[in-house]
Each structure stands twice: as structure tokens, then as C-alpha cells.
Write a protein that binds this ligand. Structure first.
Ligand code: HEC
Ligand code: HEC
Ligand code: HEC
Ligand code: HEC
Length: 341
């Protein structure tokens, strides 16, 4: 059932052979993720009122700086020209990944770079509720009231750190760059060399709230294990969908097939070490669809199952029994960027 490397190369060859058939079809590439609800975006200034440390850490990141840096970048102008776009800040194809926008009339208006709400969800529906301790003091709110408060906030679209699957999905929906035309015609990078633990533990780290801002703490070994395995599963899910959306045998299709193949390989190593049923299920699902063009329904169904397995994984484990993956987890020397102090 589980196929390895030779299959992948055959498929890459098949993608290349199929090349001519797909040329000129890129505008039909499916959107991998919908846009956020711009009418619910509050903007980072609303968070700064209480989350001073987290905001200060965020201001040191590429996510913050892309708002001013991107429109000035030579490379950005080249991509825009190739795509026939006029102004980066008014083109929706760049907006959703590089900026945060608010609704202004019927159009999105960019207000900042990649912000709190790009990762924790547009806040209009949950901003008040998440922080109000059910109208009491922190100490007098009962456990039930607290659970109800968080459930309400999540229902209104808040992505909490506890919801590791949704949290990771957001990172990958931008960092895999599942947009065919942008890559093939615009010459944009076909995604980042992204890994969840190392990419969230460097410049992105802002673990300063629940410890009263004493230090920007590194994650516990248990949390890192969960993040590591989740990262590989979500990478796989996202890459399978991306291969499914490919219409032309060109840079995008090949890059996404390579990503899916590499993630399957990494997941197989994890399965071998942990024997976890959820990981095995994801692996079986990922191998049920061929990494080739014109296979969208099979690849999407496989991605769907990988996603389900990832959610089950998050629900069933807390990392305490996953020491078997410790050897795979990138150490502090691999953290991406400087940790804010
Ligand atoms: C009025 C103060 C206030 C504002 C404004 C505020 N927060 Fe919070 N936030 C809190 C409090 C208080 C908690 C902790 C609640 C608890 O521990 O039960 C919290 C917790 C959080 C958490 C951690 C949740 C968890 O599960 O541990 C996140 C994420 C968060 N806020 C994001 C935001 C974002 C994003 C914004 C802006 C859109 C924002 N907050 C605005 C007070 C605020
Ligand atoms: C699907 C998400 C996505 C979309 C859409 C997107 N980008 Fe990017 N872009 C990224 C990511 C992720 C990176 C970082 C890649 C890396 O890790 O090297 C990036 C990096 C870049 C860079 C290099 C870094 C920099 O800021 O100088 C440029 C230039 C760029 N993008 C321009 C654009 C332009 C112009 C558009 C719209 C035509 C666009 N991007 C649309 C996700 C996206
Ligand atoms: C790039 C995505 C991203 C952005 C942008 C982002 N966060 Fe987070 N946030 C996360 C992740 C991931 C975690 C959990 C990190 C972990 O477990 O190591 C987190 C955790 C938190 C926590 C809990 C911290 C603790 O002490 O445990 C709070 C509060 C929070 N974020 C608020 C904010 C606020 C406010 C902003 C905007 C200034 C923001 N976040 C921007 C991804 C993001
Ligand atoms: C809304 C889209 C989006 C989301 C969500 C997102 N990123 Fe990014 N990220 C980008 C883009 C675009 C860049 C490149 C910005 C630039 O350099 O102009 C980037 C850059 C980065 C960088 C700096 C990379 C470098 O070259 O040094 C890190 C680290 C990073 N992201 C981590 C994360 C993590 C971890 C998450 C999830 C917790 C995440 N990102 C979520 C779009 C996103």
C-alpha cells in the first residue's frame, strides 16, 4: 500500500509530460483558502491596549515589517508586472498573505502587515468575550464559566493556542503559497522551507502573557512534540490540496508535489517511531491519491482525511508520551530569527 520514492519520480515525470495540456489554464487554479471576514477585523491597536508585550514582540517581526517593506521591494514590483497588477496594496492577490485588511465600502483596505488577527482570527465577535472573565474577577470566575467563555470565543472565530490544528493551518495556508498563477506566471517563491517548531520559536515567539510577561519563554518539550507532529501533518494536508489545484506541468505543480512527497516521508518516520494510529491513518490517506495533475477530487479527499487525522491527533495526545520524536525536533540553533526579549 505505502509507496515510496520511485512513485514520486514517475509522477514528476508524468507532470512534466502532461505539460502542454495545462498551459494557459492558470486562471482556473482553485483558491486554497477563503479570505478572512474583513468586516470583523479590529486591527492590532485594539489588542495593544492589554497585550503590550505581545505587540512589542510582533513589531520586531517580518510579519509587521512587510506592510512597509513589501511595496518598496524590487522583487515585488517584478512579480506585479508579470501578473499585470497595478498597485500591490490594492490587489487582493497579495493582500491576504502580506497584509491585514478592514472592510471599507465593498473593498478591503490594508491597515497593517500580518497581524494578531491573521493568526488568532478576526476579533470583532470574540474580542470582548475572551477577556471579560464572565463579568467577574479572574479569581471568582468558576471553571464552568471559564470553559463557557472560551467556547463562546472559539465559536465566534477565535483561534487559541490550544487549537493547534487551526493555528498551524493558518501558517501553512500562507507559507506553502498554494497559488499557481502567482508562482508560475508571477515568479513568486513556491512557499517557505517552513517547519512549525523552529519557525514559531524565533522572532514569532510571544509567550509572555500567561506568565505575567516575566520572560518570553520557550515551549515545553511536550508542546514542541505536539507542534512538530502537527506541523508535518498540516504541511501534508496543504501540499496535497495544492497539488490537486495545479493545472499546468510547471514550477508550481512540481514544487507542490515535492512538498507532499517530503511530508509523506517525514510522516512515515514519525509513524515508525511512534506507531500512533492517527499518524498511520494520515499516512494511509496521503498515499491513497497519486501526486499527478488532473487528480483534484482524489487529492482533496486525501487531504480532507489527513486533516481529520490531525484533529484526532490533537484531541488524543498532550505530548507526554511522544518522546520518540524528540530526535527529529529542530533545536534552538535552528529557530528562525531573533527571539524578542
Ligand atoms: C481588555 C483587555 C484585552 C484586550 C483588548 C485583548 N485581550 Fe487578549 N486576553 C486578555 C485576557 C485577560 C486574556 C486571558 C484570559 C484568561 O486567562 O482566561 C487574554 C488572552 C488572549 C489570548 C490567549 C488565549 C488562550 O487560550 O490562552 C490570545 C491569543 C489573545 N488574548 C489575543 C488577543 C487579540 C488578538 C486581541 C486583539 C484583537 C486581544 N487579545 C485583545 C485581555 C485582552
Ligand atoms: C499564499 C500567500 C501569499 C500570497 C498570495 C503572496 N505572497 Fe508573497 N510571500 C509569501 C510568503 C509566505 C513569503 C515568504 C517566503 C519565504 O519564506 O521566503 C513571501 C515573500 C514575498 C517576497 C519576498 C520577501 C519580501 O517581502 O521582499 C515578495 C517580494 C513577495 N512575497 C511579493 C508578493 C506579491 C507582489 C504578491 C501579490 C502579487 C504576493 N507576494 C502574494 C506569501 C504570499
Ligand atoms: C504568526 C502568527 C501569530 C501572530 C501574528 C500573533 N500570534 Fe499570538 N500566538 C501564535 C502562536 C503560534 C501562539 C502559541 C505559541 C506557542 O505555543 O509556542 C500564540 C500565543 C499567543 C498568546 C498566549 C501567550 C502565552 O503566554 O502563552 C497570546 C496572548 C497571543 N498569542 C496574543 C497575540 C497578540 C496580541 C498578537 C498581535 C500583537 C499576536 N498574538 C500575534 C501565533 C501568532
Ligand atoms: C497571512 C499569511 C501568514 C500567516 C498566517 C503566517 N505567515 Fe509567516 N510570513 C508571511 C509572509 C508573507 C512572510 C514574509 C514577509 C516578508 O519578509 O516580507 C512571513 C515571514 C515569516 C517569518 C520570517 C521568515 C524569514 O525569512 O526570516 C517567520 C519566522 C514566519 N513567517 C513564521 C510564521 C509562523 C510560525 C506562522 C504561524 C504561527 C506564520 N508565519 C503565519 C505570511 C504569513
Amino acid at each position: 500500500m505505502i509507496r515510496g520514492r520511485p512513485t514520486f519520480w514517475l509522477l514528476t515525470a508524468a507532470l512534466l509530460v502532461l505539460g502542454g495540456a495545462g498551459l494557459g489554464l492558470w486562471p482556473r487554479a482553485a483558491e486554497a483558502e477563503g479570505s478572512p471576514d474583513y468586516s470583523k477585523v479590529k486591527g492590532p491597536d485594539e489588542c495593544a491596549e492589554c497585550h503590550k508585550k505581545e505587540v512589542a514582540a510582533w513589531k520586531e517581526t517580518h510579519h509587521f515589517k512587510t506592510f512597509t517593506d513589501l511595496p518598496r521591494a524590487k522583487e515585488a514590483k517584478e512579480i506585479s508586472e508579470k501578473l499585470g497588477l497595478k498597485r500591490i496594496k490594492t490587489e487582493s492577490v497579495c493582500l491576504d498573505c502580506h497584509f491585514t485588511s478592514q472592510a471599507k465600502g465593498d473593498k478591503p483596505r490594508p491597515i497593517a502587515g500580518i497581524t494578531c488577527e491573521s493568526c488568532h482570527g478576526p476579533a470583532d465577535g470574540w474580542l470582548k468575550r475572551h477577556s471579560e472573565f464572565s463579568g467577574k474577577k479572574k479569581e471568582t470566575e468558576s471553571a464552568d464559566e471559564r470553559a463557557k467563555r472560551w467556547a463562546d470565543a472559539e465559536k465566534a472565530g477565535m483561534i487559541r493556542p490550544d487549537n493547534l490544528y487551526q493555528l498551524a493551518k493558518n501558517c501553512y495556508s500562507c507559507h506553502v503559497v498554494p497559488k499557481e498563477e502567482l508562482v508560475n506566471k508571477g515568479g513568486h517563491a513556491a512557499g517557505s522551507a517552513f517547519e512549525l517548531v523552529s519557525w514559531s520559536s524565533g522572532e514569532v515567539r510571544h509567550n509572555t502573557w500567561h506568565n505575567g510577561g516575566k520572560e518570553n519563554r520557550d515551549d515545553t518539550p511536550e508542546r514542541k512534540r505536539m507542534m512538530y507532529v502537527m506541523g508535518v501533518m498540516v504541511e501534508l494536508e496543504t501540499a496535497l490540496r495544492a497539488v490537486g489545484s495545479a493545472t499546468a506541468s510547471a514550477k508550481y505543480a512540481v514544487a507542490m508535489a515535492k512538498r507532499a512527497h517530503a511530508a509523506r516521508k517525514e510522516l512515515r518516520e514519525i509513524a515508525r517511531e511512534t506507531k500512533l494510529p492517527e499518524v498511520m491513518a494520515a499516512l494511509r490517506a496521503a498515499h491513497s491519491a497519486s501526486l499527478k495533475l488532473s487528480n483534484e477530487s482524489e487529492l482533496t479527499a486525501a487531504a480532507e482525511k489527513v486533516g481529520e487525522a490531525a484533529k484526532e491527533f490533537a484531541a488524543a495526545h498532550d505530548g507526554t508520551k511522544l518522546a520518540a520524536v524528540d530526535g527529529f525536533i529542530p533545536g534552538p540553533d535552528k529557530y528562525k530569527g531573533k527571539v524578542a526579549q
